[in-house]
Design a protein around this ligand. Structure first.
Ligand code: IDC
Length: 300
């Protein structure tokens, strides 16, 4: 829809330089819920929900993670990503390939694997205009911004050798909360963005302040994950806080992706746990989170 995306100052812009705010949905872990990677599902998200971007969360270390599972499993994950990227390409959706570190808190744990993975992805998709690379989901466990930078530089280089232009999103310390730290010393290079994550029932004014600080410094932020429940992915939902967050994102044209497309019995799952459909969901098939995200995106 917007052609090849670029980063201009702190904004994501289309091929004509006009600001773009993408909204969309993240998969759950691809190894857990591969069934939602299908063209009709993405088409439902596009046509019924108004989604413009799909994020593919590929865990690196949890259950059948890319770096901890078998070679066969790696192959299956790559095939699934390929299917997803092709579907998105055919449907005119942007797609984020997410190296989903969590329990492997320090991205250096699998830096070698990340370099090889992104080099092969960027080689395969260099001709596509809709692929975005997210190179480390949520660094945590005290990993500093400078450590993240030393992970990111060679990974970015590996992508750039294949694709000089694609947008690359870098995770920030403390589960993608410390964008203020990143803003104080951003990486050099073009078309780079920085990830910020929030869960509305846990994160409120303090975190909004951090985001505001980063924006004031001109950092290009992409919310590659948010939930309207607690940071556990479960617990209570706070719609007031969810609305406060979304107002802030809308005012600043910040793109955002909701966690997660599954029917898991948890508050962040967008489908009801009793819903077995793999696509074509009706509003009544959606969880409380799902209905909120659906209504919010449709308004756009
Ligand atoms: C959660 C899932 C949950 C799964 C768990 C595994 O919702 O079903 O069992 O991961 O670690 C994040 C992470 C994301 C989390 C999510 C909710 O990026 O992987 O998903 N969350 O806890 N950061 C903050 C919240």
């Amino acid at each position: 829809r917007y052609g090849r995306l670029h980063v201009s100052g702190r904004r994501l812009v289309d091929s004509h330089g006009k600001t773009v705010q993408l909204k969309g949905v993240s998969t759950h872990g691809l190894s857990w819920y591969p069934q939602y990677v299908n063209k009709k599902a993405f088409q439902t998200l596009r046509d019924q929900w108004g989604a413009e971007v799909i994020r593919l969360a590929m865990y690196t270390a949890e259950y059948n993670g890319y770096c901890t599972g078998t070679k066969q499993n790696q192959k299956e994950l790559k095939a699934l990503i390929d299917k997803a990227v092709r579907c998105c390409n055919e449907l005119g959706l942007y797609v984020i390939i997410d190296w989903h570190i969590v329990s492997d808190s320090d991205p250096h744990t699998y830096q070698k694997e990340a370099k090889a993975f992104f080099q092969s992805m960027a080689k395969k998709y260099a001709g596509y205009k809709n692929v975005i690379y997210e190179i480390c989901n949520e660094p945590n466990g005290g990993v500093t911004w400078s450590q993240i930078c030393s992970y990111a530089r060679p990974v970015i280089r590996a992508i750039r050798r294949q694709d000089a232009q694609a947008v690359i999103i870098v995770g920030t310390p403390t589960w993608c909360q410390d964008v203020d730290t990143a803003a104080a010393a951003p990486l050099k290079g073009k078309n780079l963005m920085y990830a910020f994550h929030y869960y509305a029932s846990t994160h409120t004014d303090d975190l909004r302040k951090k985001l505001q600080t980063a924006l004031d410094k001109g950092l290009a932020v992409f919310v590659t994950e948010y939930g309207i429940c607690e940071a556990s992915g479960n617990g209570i939902i706070k719609k007031n806080e969810a609305n406060r967050w979304m107002n802030l994102l809308d005012q600043n044209k910040i793109s955002c992706v909701a966690w997660n497309l599954s029917n898991k019995d948890e508050a962040s799952a967008l489908l009801k746990s009793t819903c077995a459909k793999k696509f074509g969901w009706k509003r009544s098939d959606l969880s409380e989170s799902g209905k909120w995200v659906y209504d919010m995106m449709r308004k756009k």
